[in-house]
Design a protein around this ligand. Structure first.
Ligand code: PAF
Length: 215
Protein backbone atom coordinates (compact mmCIF):
# COMPACT_ATOMS: atom_id res chain seq x y z
CA UNK A 1 0.00 0.00 0.00
CA UNK A 2 1.45 3.38 -1.05
CA UNK A 3 2.05 6.13 1.56
CA UNK A 4 -0.66 8.76 1.73
CA UNK A 5 0.13 12.38 2.52
CA UNK A 6 -2.28 14.02 4.96
CA UNK A 7 -2.82 17.76 4.50
CA UNK A 8 -4.78 19.72 7.07
CA UNK A 9 -3.85 23.33 6.33
CA UNK A 10 -4.97 25.46 3.40
CA UNK A 11 -1.46 26.91 3.03
CA UNK A 12 0.03 23.44 2.56
CA UNK A 13 -2.72 22.52 0.12
CA UNK A 14 -1.92 25.66 -1.92
CA UNK A 15 1.78 24.79 -2.00
CA UNK A 16 0.97 21.24 -3.10
CA UNK A 17 -1.39 22.46 -5.85
CA UNK A 18 1.32 24.87 -7.07
CA UNK A 19 3.82 22.01 -7.26
CA UNK A 20 1.35 19.71 -9.12
CA UNK A 21 0.66 22.52 -11.63
CA UNK A 22 4.37 23.37 -12.05
CA UNK A 23 5.10 19.73 -12.90
CA UNK A 24 2.16 19.74 -15.35
CA UNK A 25 0.62 16.73 -13.65
CA UNK A 26 -3.12 16.08 -13.84
CA UNK A 27 -5.16 15.73 -10.66
CA UNK A 28 -8.47 14.22 -9.64
CA UNK A 29 -10.46 15.15 -6.54
CA UNK A 30 -12.84 12.85 -4.67
CA UNK A 31 -14.77 15.09 -2.26
CA UNK A 32 -16.19 13.24 0.75
CA UNK A 33 -17.59 13.78 4.21
CA UNK A 34 -15.19 11.17 5.57
CA UNK A 35 -16.24 7.80 7.06
CA UNK A 36 -15.02 6.24 3.82
CA UNK A 37 -16.44 2.96 2.55
CA UNK A 38 -16.17 0.80 -0.57
CA UNK A 39 -18.39 3.23 -2.49
CA UNK A 40 -15.76 5.94 -1.99
CA UNK A 41 -13.03 3.43 -2.80
CA UNK A 42 -14.58 2.84 -6.22
CA UNK A 43 -14.51 6.63 -6.92
CA UNK A 44 -10.88 6.79 -5.80
CA UNK A 45 -9.94 3.85 -8.03
CA UNK A 46 -11.57 5.52 -11.02
CA UNK A 47 -9.70 8.77 -10.23
CA UNK A 48 -6.47 6.72 -9.94
CA UNK A 49 -6.92 5.37 -13.47
CA UNK A 50 -7.50 8.83 -14.96
CA UNK A 51 -5.05 11.17 -13.16
CA UNK A 52 -1.41 11.51 -12.11
CA UNK A 53 -2.35 12.69 -8.60
CA UNK A 54 -5.45 11.67 -6.64
CA UNK A 55 -6.69 13.86 -3.81
CA UNK A 56 -9.46 12.78 -1.43
CA UNK A 57 -11.01 15.46 0.75
CA UNK A 58 -12.73 14.47 4.00
CA UNK A 59 -14.61 17.29 5.66
CA UNK A 60 -17.81 17.13 7.70
CA UNK A 61 -19.48 20.20 6.31
CA UNK A 62 -21.54 21.87 9.02
CA UNK A 63 -23.50 23.92 6.42
CA UNK A 64 -25.24 20.88 4.95
CA UNK A 65 -26.40 19.29 8.20
CA UNK A 66 -28.87 19.99 10.93
CA UNK A 67 -27.09 20.42 14.25
CA UNK A 68 -27.86 16.92 15.57
CA UNK A 69 -26.85 15.23 12.29
CA UNK A 70 -23.62 17.25 12.25
CA UNK A 71 -22.69 16.20 15.78
CA UNK A 72 -23.59 12.55 15.15
CA UNK A 73 -21.88 12.23 11.78
CA UNK A 74 -19.26 9.44 12.01
CA UNK A 75 -15.67 10.72 12.14
CA UNK A 76 -13.07 8.04 11.40
CA UNK A 77 -9.81 9.75 10.34
CA UNK A 78 -7.42 6.77 10.67
CA UNK A 79 -9.81 4.45 8.87
CA UNK A 80 -10.27 7.10 6.12
CA UNK A 81 -6.50 7.34 5.57
CA UNK A 82 -6.29 3.55 5.29
CA UNK A 83 -9.19 3.18 2.81
CA UNK A 84 -7.98 6.14 0.71
CA UNK A 85 -4.41 4.82 0.59
CA UNK A 86 -5.53 1.28 -0.27
CA UNK A 87 -7.68 2.57 -3.12
CA UNK A 88 -4.71 4.50 -4.52
CA UNK A 89 -5.06 8.10 -3.30
CA UNK A 90 -1.92 10.22 -2.94
CA UNK A 91 -3.30 12.93 -0.66
CA UNK A 92 -5.97 13.06 2.04
CA UNK A 93 -7.08 16.65 2.54
CA UNK A 94 -8.78 17.14 5.91
CA UNK A 95 -9.09 20.91 6.31
CA UNK A 96 -9.87 22.45 9.67
CA UNK A 97 -13.32 23.95 10.11
CA UNK A 98 -11.92 27.30 11.31
CA UNK A 99 -9.92 27.66 8.11
CA UNK A 100 -12.79 26.68 5.81
CA UNK A 101 -15.35 28.86 7.60
CA UNK A 102 -13.38 31.58 9.37
CA UNK A 103 -15.11 34.16 11.53
CA UNK A 104 -17.10 36.47 9.26
CA UNK A 105 -17.60 33.89 6.50
CA UNK A 106 -20.95 34.72 4.93
CA UNK A 107 -21.14 33.74 1.25
CA UNK A 108 -23.12 30.88 -0.20
CA UNK A 109 -24.06 29.45 -3.58
CA UNK A 110 -27.68 29.26 -4.70
CA UNK A 111 -29.09 28.20 -8.05
CA UNK A 112 -32.58 29.73 -7.87
CA UNK A 113 -33.98 27.91 -10.90
CA UNK A 114 -32.99 24.41 -9.80
CA UNK A 115 -33.63 25.11 -6.12
CA UNK A 116 -37.27 25.81 -6.99
CA UNK A 117 -37.81 22.13 -7.76
CA UNK A 118 -36.43 21.21 -4.32
CA UNK A 119 -38.47 23.76 -2.41
CA UNK A 120 -41.30 21.41 -1.50
CA UNK A 121 -38.76 19.07 0.07
CA UNK A 122 -37.41 21.93 2.16
CA UNK A 123 -33.89 20.98 1.12
CA UNK A 124 -32.60 24.26 -0.31
CA UNK A 125 -30.54 25.00 2.79
CA UNK A 126 -28.87 21.58 2.49
CA UNK A 127 -27.89 21.97 -1.16
CA UNK A 128 -26.78 25.55 -0.55
CA UNK A 129 -24.32 24.11 2.00
CA UNK A 130 -23.21 21.37 -0.41
CA UNK A 131 -22.58 23.79 -3.30
CA UNK A 132 -20.75 26.23 -1.06
CA UNK A 133 -18.25 23.65 0.17
CA UNK A 134 -17.86 22.05 -3.26
CA UNK A 135 -17.06 25.43 -4.83
CA UNK A 136 -14.55 26.13 -2.05
CA UNK A 137 -12.91 22.73 -2.59
CA UNK A 138 -12.70 23.29 -6.35
CA UNK A 139 -10.99 26.64 -5.72
CA UNK A 140 -8.62 25.23 -3.15
CA UNK A 141 -7.62 22.07 -4.98
CA UNK A 142 -7.89 23.37 -8.58
CA UNK A 143 -8.32 19.88 -9.87
CA UNK A 144 -8.79 18.70 -13.46
CA UNK A 145 -11.49 16.18 -12.61
CA UNK A 146 -13.87 15.63 -9.69
CA UNK A 147 -15.64 12.36 -8.95
CA UNK A 148 -19.17 12.09 -7.57
CA UNK A 149 -21.42 9.08 -7.03
CA UNK A 150 -24.86 9.11 -8.62
CA UNK A 151 -26.52 8.21 -5.31
CA UNK A 152 -27.67 11.81 -4.92
CA UNK A 153 -28.79 12.87 -8.42
CA UNK A 154 -29.97 16.29 -7.19
CA UNK A 155 -26.52 17.02 -5.83
CA UNK A 156 -24.85 15.94 -9.05
CA UNK A 157 -27.21 18.00 -11.26
CA UNK A 158 -26.67 21.10 -9.12
CA UNK A 159 -22.88 20.71 -9.12
CA UNK A 160 -22.83 20.25 -12.90
CA UNK A 161 -24.96 23.38 -13.33
CA UNK A 162 -22.74 25.39 -10.98
CA UNK A 163 -19.60 24.32 -12.87
CA UNK A 164 -21.21 25.36 -16.16
CA UNK A 165 -22.61 28.65 -14.82
CA UNK A 166 -19.38 29.78 -13.15
CA UNK A 167 -17.04 28.50 -15.92
CA UNK A 168 -15.16 26.35 -13.42
CA UNK A 169 -12.35 24.44 -15.10
CA UNK A 170 -13.12 21.00 -13.70
CA UNK A 171 -14.60 17.96 -15.44
CA UNK A 172 -17.31 16.32 -13.38
CA UNK A 173 -17.12 12.54 -13.57
CA UNK A 174 -20.34 10.70 -12.72
CA UNK A 175 -19.84 7.34 -11.05
CA UNK A 176 -22.39 4.54 -10.53
CA UNK A 177 -23.93 3.97 -7.09
CA UNK A 178 -22.33 1.11 -5.17
CA UNK A 179 -24.90 -1.00 -3.29
CA UNK A 180 -24.93 -3.53 -0.46
CA UNK A 181 -25.99 -7.10 -1.37
CA UNK A 182 -29.59 -6.30 -0.38
CA UNK A 183 -29.69 -3.23 -2.63
CA UNK A 184 -29.16 -0.44 -0.07
CA UNK A 185 -26.90 2.27 -1.50
CA UNK A 186 -23.59 2.38 0.41
CA UNK A 187 -23.46 5.50 2.56
CA UNK A 188 -21.58 6.63 5.65
CA UNK A 189 -24.96 7.62 7.04
CA UNK A 190 -26.06 3.96 7.03
CA UNK A 191 -23.98 3.66 10.22
CA UNK A 192 -26.56 5.88 11.91
CA UNK A 193 -29.52 3.57 11.11
CA UNK A 194 -30.99 1.47 13.92
CA UNK A 195 -31.10 -2.32 13.34
CA UNK A 196 -34.78 -2.04 12.46
CA UNK A 197 -34.23 0.88 10.06
CA UNK A 198 -31.31 -0.93 8.42
CA UNK A 199 -33.57 -3.97 7.84
CA UNK A 200 -36.30 -1.94 6.14
CA UNK A 201 -34.09 0.54 4.20
CA UNK A 202 -33.55 -1.72 1.11
CA UNK A 203 -37.28 -1.38 0.38
CA UNK A 204 -36.41 1.95 -1.27
CA UNK A 205 -34.27 0.27 -3.92
CA UNK A 206 -36.80 -2.53 -4.43
CA UNK A 207 -39.57 0.07 -4.93
CA UNK A 208 -37.45 1.95 -7.47
CA UNK A 209 -36.83 -1.29 -9.39
CA UNK A 210 -40.58 -2.10 -9.35
CA UNK A 211 -41.40 1.42 -10.54
CA UNK A 212 -38.92 1.01 -13.40
CA UNK A 213 -40.54 -2.31 -14.35
CA UNK A 214 -44.00 -0.73 -14.35
CA UNK A 215 -42.88 2.26 -16.43
O1 PAF B 1 -21.89 13.77 -1.19
C1 PAF B 1 -21.10 14.12 -0.27
O2 PAF B 1 -20.36 13.32 0.29
C2 PAF B 1 -21.07 15.58 0.16
O3 PAF B 1 -22.30 16.19 -0.05
C3 PAF B 1 -19.95 16.40 -0.51
C4 PAF B 1 -20.11 16.44 -2.02
C5 PAF B 1 -18.60 15.80 -0.15
C6 PAF B 1 -19.98 17.83 0.00
O4 PAF B 1 -19.78 17.92 1.37
Amino acid sequence: MAEIKIITSLAEMRRTVASITAKRRSSGLVPTLGALHTGHASLIKKARRENDIVIVSAFVNRLQFRKKQFLEYPRTPEHDAEIAAKAGADILFTPREEEIYPKGFSSSVILPELFRTLRHQKLEWHYRGVLTIVLKLFNLVQTDRAYFGMKDPHQLALIERMVEDFNILVKIRRCPTIREKDGLARSSRNLLLTTEERKTAPVIYRSLLSAREII
